[in-house]
Design a binder for this molecule. Structure first.
Ligand code: FES
Length: 617
C-alpha cells in the first residue's frame, strides 16, 4: 500500500499492491510507450525509480539485457516487469513519454460526385386528419401520405420517431418534416427542417482514430477530429489486443468501452467546433481493420488470431447508434462498411473506394504498411489482395530506438557518403528521441547508399568511422550522439534493427510479388495508404526494395484513404454499394497456405541496390 507519484506529469495514484508500474500508470492516465502491451518483449517501457518505500525484486535477465548495468544503477527499470507493493516516485524519461503523434487526417484530392445521393432525405408531408367515417391509425395515414406524394412504399418507422407521431400530427398545422433513411425507414419527425443534415465518418485505426463531421446534403466537411486509439494501453497491435481479450475476463468489454468513449469524445469535440448539437448527427459510417470492427460491435475477435483466421462476419451492416452507446441522434444509424477477411478490413476497401483503383484501367498496387501490411493489386477488371504479418518495424516496434511517428521522431536521414556525417529531420523539429518507421527506412536506405549496409543486410566492417562500432548486439551505427539529443544516449541503428526491417520489407515485397504472379501483370503505379506509407520517400522505398516494381514506377502517398472512403460512403449511398461490390469481387489470397510465399519471403530479404562484396571477391 502507498502512493505512487508519476513525474514529470505529477499524477498520483493509490497503490493497492501487487501491480506493475505499467498497469499503475495506465490507471493514473500516464502514457508510457509499450509497444508489446506489457508482454515483456519490446523493452520500450523504461522508467526511472527515484524514490521507493519498499525493496524491489532484482531485475530479470530480460531487463538486464535491455537496460544494461549502467542504467539499472541509475534506477532504470522496465515498467511492465516491475511490481510495486508500496509507494514510490517514478519518472518517465523522455524516450518513454507520450508524444504528440502525427495523425493523418487528409485524404486524396478526390472530389465528391457533383450530385450526391445521401442515404437520408427529408420530406414535407401533409397527413389527412382522421374522420369518424374513416378512422385510420396515425401511422397508416402517414405511410399513405408519403406513398401518395413521394411514391415511397413499404416504409418502417423507428420506435423513437413513432413515439413522436401522435403529437407531431396534431401540432404541426402546415405538415411535418419526415427524415427517411434509405427510402426505407422514418427516423425522425419535426415541425420543420432543423438546419442541415449532419453525419460523421470514422476511420478507426489500431493506433489512431479520425472522425470527419460532414454536412450530408452540401457534401461539406465541417470539422475533423482525431485521437490516439485509447485501446493502446491494452496492446499496441491487433494480436496483443486479441490476446488481452482472452486473458482478461472483462478484456473485450474494456476495449469496447474504450473505443466507444473515444468516438463519443470526438463527436462532442467536432460538434462543438461546428456549433451544432450532437443529436443533429443522423448518420455515421465506420471503417477499420477487422479486429477494430469486431471490438466495436462487441464480437469476439478470438478466431481472427487462429488459423484460418475467419472473421465473424464480412458484409456491410447498418445498426442503431444507440445500440452501440454512440451518442448522436436517437434514431440515427451506423453503417459499417464491409470487410474482406480476418486481416483485410473495411479500411482497405475504403482505400480502394477513395483511390478509385476499382474504376481504373491502370494496374495499381495499393499498400497499407503496418504490423499487418494489407496489399491489394489490380484494376477495374480484377483485383486480388492479401495481408502479411510484417511485424511492428514500420511502426517503430522491435527497433532499439524505435517509436511511433510523434514529436522528436527522426523521420528523414541524410548521410554524407565520404565523411559519414549525419543530418536528420525530426517530427515537429523537436530534438531527436527515437526513430519512426519512415525514419528507419530513410536511415537504412542512406546507409545502403553510403556502403555501410551491404546486400545481405550486414554492416560493412571494412569501414572505419567512430559512428560504426561494436555494440551489445553486434555492429551499430550512431545516428545521433548523446550530447546532441535530449535522451542523453547515443541513438543508434543496430544490426538487429536492420534485420527487423529486412523481415518487414520482405513480407511486403513477397506478398506483392505473389499477387503479381497471380495476376500475371506488373503494377504500373504504387499507392501508399495511411500514415505509415505516406511519409516514406519513394526513392528510399526503391533503395531498400520495398516493392517488386521498377525504379521508375510512380509511388504515390494517398493520405488517409480509409478516412476518405468512409466520407464518400457517408455522403453517397452508391459508394456503399460500390464498397460491397469491391469486397465481393476482390479475391483474397491466404499467404499462410502458400509455400511459394515462403520462398519469395526468403529471396526478398536482400537489399537489391546495395553493394554485394560476394560478387566482387
Ligand atoms: S517490455 Fe514493457 S511494455 Fe513492452
Amino acid at each position: 500500500m502507498g502512493r505512487i507519484r508519476f513525474l514529470p506529469l505529477k499524477k498520483e495514484i493509490e497503490n493497492g499492491g501487487g501491480r506493475n508500474i505499467l498497469q499503475l500508470a495506465t490507471e493514473a492516465g500516464v502514457y508510457i510507450q509499450s509497444i508489446c502491451g506489457g508482454k515483456k518483449k519490446c523493452g520500450k517501457c523504461k522508467v526511472i525509480i527515484e524514490e521507493i518505500e519498499q525493496s524491489l525484486a532484482p531485475p530479470s535477465d530480460f531487463e538486464q539485457d535491455i537496460l544494461g548495468p549502467g542504467h539499472i544503477d541509475k534506477g532504470y527499470r522496465l515498467a511492465c516487469c516491475t511490481v510495486l507493493t508500496g509507494g514510490a516516485v517514478i519518472r518517465i524519461p523522455e524516450e518513454s513519454q507520450a508524444r504528440r503523434q502525427v495523425i493523418l487526417t487528409s485524404g486524396t484530392s478526390y472530389a465528391y460526385p457533383a450530385k450526391l445521393q445521401p442515404v437520408l432525405d427529408q420530406y414535407l408531408v401533409e397527413v389527412q386528419t382522421p374522420t369518424i367515417q374513416s378512422v385510420r391509425a396515425d401511422l397508416e395515414r402517414l405511410y399513405m401520405s408519403i406513398e401518395d406524394d413521394f411514391g415511397l412504399k413499404h416504409l418502417t418507422i423507428d420506435p423513437i420517431a413513432l413515439r413522436k407521431l401522435p403529437f407531431s400530427l396534431r401540432s404541426y398545422e402546415k405538415g411535418l418534416v419526415a427524415t427517411i433513411w434509405d427510402k426505407q425507414e422514418i427516423i425522425d419527425l419535426q415541425k420543420e427542417a432543423q438546419g442541415p443534415l449532419m453525419g460523421m465518418a470514422f476511420d478507426i485505426g489500431t493506433t489512431t482514430v479520425v472522425g470527419y463531421l460532414m454536412d450530408l446534403l452540401a457534401g461539406k466537411r465541417l470539422s475533423v477530429k482525431s485521437a490516439m486509439n485509447p485501446q493502446i494501453p491494452f496492446g499496441d497491435d491487433v494480436i496483443t489486443r486479441i490476446s488481452f481479450c482472452q486473458e482478461d475476463p472483462h478484456g473485450q468489454k474494456k476495449l469496447r468501452s474504450a473505443i466507444v468513449q473515444c468516438l463519443n469524445t470526438l463527436i462532442l469535440e467536432a460538434s462543438q467546433e461546428a456549433g451544432i448539437d450532437p443529436c443533429q448527427i443522423m448518420e455515421l459510417t465506420v471503417v477499420g481493420n477487422t479486429a477494430m470492427h469486431h471490438l466495436l460491435l462487441g464480437l469476439d475477435p478470438k478466431y481472427l488470431a487462429i488459423s484460418p483466421f475467419p472473421p465473424v462476419m464480412t458484409n456491410a451492416m447498418d445498426l442503431k447508434a444507440r445500440d452501440l452507446n454512440i451518442r448522436i441522434g436517437p434514431s440515427a444509424n451506423v453503417h459499417l462498411l464491409p470487410l474482406k477477411a480476418g486481416f483485410v478490413g473495411s479500411d482497405a476497401i475504403a482505400c480502394v473506394l477513395a483511390s478509385r483503383m476499382h474504376l481504373s484501367k491502370t494496374e495499381t498496387l495499393l499498400v497499407d504498411l503496418g504490423t499487418n501490411g494489407e496489399i491489394l493489386l489490380g484494376n477495374r477488371n480484377r483485383m486480388v489482395c492479401c495481408s502479411t504479418a510484417a511485424g511492428p518495424a514500420f511502426e517503430g516496434g522491435h527497433i532499439s530506438w524505435g517509436m511511433r511517428a510523434a514529436s522528436g521522431a527522426i523521420e528523414k536521414v541524410d548521410i554524407d557518403p565520404e565523411t559519414l556525417d549525419v543530418q536528420m529531420k525530426t517530427i515537429h523539429e523537436s530534438g531527436p528521441v527515437g526513430i519512426c518507421g519512415s525514419g528507419l527506412i530513410s536511415a537504412v536506405a542512406e546507409m545502403i547508399r553510403a556502403g555501410i549496409i551491404l546486400h545481405r543486410g550486414n554492416f560493412n566492417d571494412k569501414i572505419t568511422s567512430d559512428r560504426l562500432r561494436e555494440g551489445k548486439q553486434g555492429f551499430e551505427f550512431v545516428l545521433s550522439w548523446a550530447e546532441e539529443n535530449p535522451t542523453a544516449h547515443d541513438i543508434v541503428i543496430t544490426q538487429k534493427d536492420v534485420s527487423e526491417l529486412q523481415m518487414a520489407k520482405a513480407a511486403i515485397q513477397a506478398g506483392a510479388t505473389l499477387l503479381k504472379e497471380v495476376l500475371t501483370r506488373d503494377p504500373q503505379r504504387v499507392f501508399l495508404a495511411g500514415a505509415g506509407g505516406n511519409f516514406i520517400d519513394p526513392a528510399d522505398a526503391c533503395t531498400i526494395g520495398l516493392f517488386p516494381t521498377s525504379t521508375n514506377t510512380d509511388i504515390i502517398g494517398i493520405g488517409n484513404g480509409a478516412g476518405q472512403g468512409a466520407c464518400l460512403a457517408l455522403l453517397d449511398k452508391r459508394k456503399r454499394r460500390d464498397a460491397q461490390r469491391i469486397a465481393e469481387k476482390m479475391e483474397y489470397i491466404e499467404l499462410s497456405a502458400s509455400d511459394k510465399f515462403q520462398e519469395l519471403f526468403v529471396s526478398s530479404m536482400f537489399f537489391p541496390t546495395a553493394v554485394d562484396f560476394s560478387d566482387i571477391f
